[in-house]
Design a protein around this ligand. Structure first.
Ligand code: 0A1
Ligand code: ZN
Length: 904
């Protein structure tokens, strides 16, 4: 485990140095035994001619001893043997510490052989080689390979790998590694071996191997050039019936990447392995992706619509990494968003093309506004290209992934699709087989477009969410409409020090897609400082702290539709009246902004209700929202996906994020009040909507059926919130009769959150029968845990503590931890933040327990406590107290240490 006695150090981007040595070939032999594994590594190494260090030191005889030392990373390894060019080293020739192996003198070119012993069954961190249920598997990103053998474990050291695995044939009949199989056989004693060779040079973080008792589901894909690729999905035998959707999604992704990016798959074999114990969603290891079962298995009876969509998105994401990440990789971990931001942008566009573009965009905007904006405003805020880190595992964040994708999206918006494709072609061809930087990616985009990206780089280098304030003016006489833009960006915690030394944040280049809307629809216009012809939508580039844009020939005063499609990840501020928002809700041609207008209208209403709540005034419903909802409900049902989006109130998380001081109780009570009011005022329409959207056939997973189910289940929730007499019967019969998990779980969750005493009895029964039906399916059990952990009725903490005592709960399994502890602390604010701070104490206890098992998961779980500055003074003190308690633990992992120390 990554326990350290000393404080972990900070690594800085400015200190980057090219590697002093290279590894041309890596030959591994991994012998899996009962309680350990032996790893034999043969590394063909040579001095790196590109290293400054080689240049500086050559010719300086005084430096010669330093010059020829070799430092390899290694953790939790027990070194059995070491030799260079066939000669064993004596203990005087090298030094081993907890983190490194230093060999005092090596030749300019040599073969290094090591033999180490590791303990996969005791590896609870799930980094390196570990055992999950019936299989051995690996996770090497970011720095897990150093737990398998001593190595130059950094992404700019790329090597050609050959891997042999030896294991017991009955325990591990399947032996897999990257690339192509080149040999196999028996070794006696019931053991067997297999050798794999990967022809593509790759960094160690893309290494993978698997050994276990697995079933395989096979398919094939013919690439655009006519090559046949074998597809193999390896799962536990009981999951063979849950592979179809992932394989279909993979084939769609392969076709899409050929059509949209001109990228063809390069090996003859593409394998996916599903494992139940996994720290993240999935991993793009070359030719051998390893997936969390939750992101690859899908079946209508066990998986919700959201689950199906997640599988499609993650399968595509990992597949797209084959080009954006594997063929062209990162020079160092500060460039993580080079592969992640670009790949998330690619998978988002893929999902948009496969289903509803607006729905996908709205989901992503919600994630950005609730989770990423909160990260940007908190103590762990960092730029998309960070300048420093202590533990790289802490940087797999929504900022690197989602904000990184938004930055790539802005480049796409500025260049347009054709130039963007040219830029991407140039990037891939110029850097194929290389480890490069974010600057290299942007340079390719700059080169094809002739644009200057120097100001744009602020998006990569500055943390924090810019605020864009807009004011308008209409001059009827001159038929002129003016928009005044003003941008600012609050200082993040990270930057406070610098700021005091007089450093200001630089203004951003912000692409703002604008439309001008009237009762008659969009006006055609051209902005005076733009050379564009008259159009209904234009991208305006804001580059100055303050900037005015003039629109000529505008005959009536329009309502501005700003930031269409969420063209930049900023906080927009425009003083819309309720009438203007209602107009945008029904007349804006941009679907995202129609949805956003509904959100802004609801937010205005909720914020004023929250003031009343805090002043102990009775809550009174204003009818502007119910009228707007009634109108949407009465419209023709040709876009149910859009209807469901617009009729969903902003989440408690979003309301918290936009509050100056978060009042958890007020947010919860007001939202509940509004759901209840909208439910009863429109109950007839909700009931009609519910019945009109009950599907007649059996379950199908396609965009229109998904939309229908989401609208139907939304209507059901409104009816239950309104406590209508018939709602309990509707919920109960949907629960009993559903032929799919989407409907069954929607009913269960509605029931579990219903405060009526008669609902409580039904909820208990439903939970019990659900458990009896599904206790043999870990992924369904996770959903059973989640529904209960998210229940916002009083008593949440004791319910969650009881769940953790349940025989099927396991602190070693990240999916279970996320389903119970993660959901409770992140998605059940009224219970987590209960007075007295018991929720905070609970979380701190869990973090301390987990830190000893799995530091990555422990550190991630901590997030809600790090946000203490956003709450009342009393809550702040309680939250901080728990952080201090964690900090005083003597042997914290570097993961947890970094997060806690930055938060205090
Ligand atoms: N590269 C993967 C994410 C990933 C990162 C770290 C992991 O283990 C610590 C595992 C997966 C992706 O973007 O999907
Ligand atoms: Zn990724």
């Amino acid at each position: 485990m990554a326990m350290k006695d000393a404080q972990p150090g900070t690594i800085h981007l400015k200190d980057y140095e090219a590697p002093r040595y290279l590894i041309d070939k890596t030959t591994l032999k991994v012998e899996i035994e009962q309680d350990k594994a032996k790893v034999y590594a043969t590394l063909n190494m040579r001095r790196n001619p590109e290293s400054d260090y080689s240049d500086n030191c050559s010719g300086n005889p005084l430096d010669s001893s330093l010059d020829s030392s070799l430092v390899l990373s290694g953790q939790q390894l027990s070194l059995e043997h070491i030799a260079i060019n066939g000669a064993s080293l004596t203990t005087e020739q090298y030094v081993v510490t907890e983190e490194e192996l230093t060999i005092h003198q090596v030749p300019d070119q040599f073969e290094l052989v090591t033999e180490v012993i590791i303990y996969p069954k005791q590896n609870t961190s799930l980094e390196g080689l570990y055992k999950s249920r019936t299989m051995y598997c690996t996770q090497c990103e970011a720095e897990g390979f150093r737990r398998i053998t001593y190595y130059l474990d950094r992404p700019d050291v790329m090597s050609e790998f050959t891997t042999t695995i030896i294991a017991d044939q009955s325990e591990c009949p399947v032996l897999l590694a990257n690339g192509n199989p080149i040999g196999s056989g028996k070794v006696g004693d019931g053991r067997h071996w297999a050798t794999w060779h990967d022809p593509f040079r790759k960094p160690a973080y893309l290494f993978a191997m698997v050994a276990g008792d697995l079933s395989v589901v096979e398919d094939q894909f013919t690439t655009c050039s006519g090559r046949i690729v074998d597809i193999r999905l390896y799962v536990e035998p009981k999951d063979k019936d849950k592979c179809g959707h992932a394989i279909q999604s993979l084939k769609h992704a392969m076709t899409w990447d050929e059509q949209v990016y001109g990228r063809e798959y390069d090996l003859d074999l593409f394998m996916i392995v599903a494992v139940d114990d996994f720290n993240m969603g999935a991993m793009e290891n070359k030719g051998l992706n390893i997936f969390n079962t939750s992101c690859v298995l899908a079946h209508p009876e066990t998986t919700t619509d959201a689950g199906f969509q997640r599988v499609e998105a993650v399968v595509a994401h990992e597949y797209f990494h084959n080009w954006s990440g594997n063929r062209v990789t990162c020079r160092d971990w500060f460039q993580l968003s080079l592969k992640e931001g670009f790949t998330v942008f690619r998978d988002a566009e893929f999902s948009a093309d496969m289903g509803s573009r607006t729905v996908k965009r709205v989901e992503d905007i919600n994630l950005l506004r609730t989770v990423q904006f909160a990260e940007d405003a908190g103590p762990t805020a960092h730029p998309v290209q960070p300048a420093s880190y202590m533990e790289i595992s802490n940087f797999y964040t929504v900022t690197i992934y989602e904000k990184g994708a938004e930055v790539v999206r802005m480049i796409h918006t500025l260049l347009g699709p054709e130039l963007f494709r040219q830029g991407s072609d140039l990037y891939f061809s110029r850097h194929d087989g290389q480890a490069v930087t974010i600057e290299d990616f942007v340079a390719a985009m700059a080169e094809v477009s002739g644009r200057d990206f120097s100001q744009f780089m602020n998006w990569y280098r500055q943390a924090g969410t810019p605020r864009l304030s807009v004011r308008s003016e209409y001059d009827e006489k001159a038929q002129q409409y003016r928009l005044h833009f003003k941008q600012s960006c609050e200082v993040t915690k990270l930057e406070e020090g610098k700021q005091q030394q007089g450093k200001q944040k630089n203004p951003y280049q912000i692409p703002v897609k604008v439309g001008l809307v009237t009762e008659q629809g969009d006006l055609a216009f051209s902005a005076s400082d733009e050379k564009n012809p008259r159009e209904k939508s234009q991208v305006i580039e804001i580059t100055e702290p303050e900037q005015t844009v003039v629109f000529e020939g505008i005959e009536t005063c329009p309502v501005p539709s700003l930031l269409r499609g969420f063209s930049a990840p900023v906080k927009l501020d425009y003083p819309y009246s309720r009438e203007e928002l209602a107009l945008l809700m029904s007349h804006d041609s941009d679907g995202v902004n129609r949805w956003d207008a509904s959100q802004q209208l609801a937010i205005q209403l909720m914020q004023s209700l929250m003031e009343d709540y805090r002043a102990s005034k009775p809550l009174v419903m204003d009818d502007c929202l119910s009228q707007a909802y009634a109108k949407i409900l009465s419209e023709s049902a040709d876009d149910r996906a859009m209807q469901a989006l617009v009729l969903t109130l902003p989440s408690e998380l979003l309301l918290a994020e936009i509050s100056d001081e978060i009042d958890v109780e007020a947010i919860h009570q007001v939202r509940r009040f509004l759901c209840g009011q909208l439910g009863s005022i429109l109950s007839d329409q909700w009931r009609d909507t519910y019945h009109a959207n009950i599907s007649t056939g059996s379950y199908i997973h396609n965009a229109s059926e998904v939309a229908q189910r989401s609208l139907k289940n939304l209507a059901l929730r409104y009816l239950a919130n309104a406590k209508t007499e018939d709602s309990l019967a509707l919920v109960q019969s949907q629960f009993d009769e559903a032929d799919n998990m989407t409907d069954r779980l929607a009913a269960l969750s509605t029931l579990v959150n219903d405060p009526r005493p008669e609902a409580a009895v039904l909820a208990m029964q439903a939970l019990e029968s659900f458990f009896n039906d599904w206790h043999h399916e870990p992924l369904v059990l996770n959903q059973w845990f989640q529904v209960q952990a998210a229940c916002s009725l009083p008593g949440g903490l004791s319910r969650v503590k009881a769940l953790m005592e349940h025989s099927t709960f396991d602190l070693h399994n990240p999916n279970k931890v996320r389903s119970v502890i993660g959901v409770f602390c992140n998605s059940n604010p009224v219970n987590f933040h209960c007075d007295g701070g018991e929720g905070y104490r609970f979380l701190a206890d869990q973090v301390l327990a987990l830190d000893k098992l799995n530091p990555q998961i422990a550190a991630r779980l901590l997030t809600p406590l790090t946000r203490w500055r956003r709450f009342s003074e009393q809550k702040q003190a309680l939250m901080k107290g728990e952080l201090v308690r964690i900090m005083s633990e003597p042997k914290l992992s570097s993961d947890t240490y970094e997060i806690v120390s930055k938060s205090l």
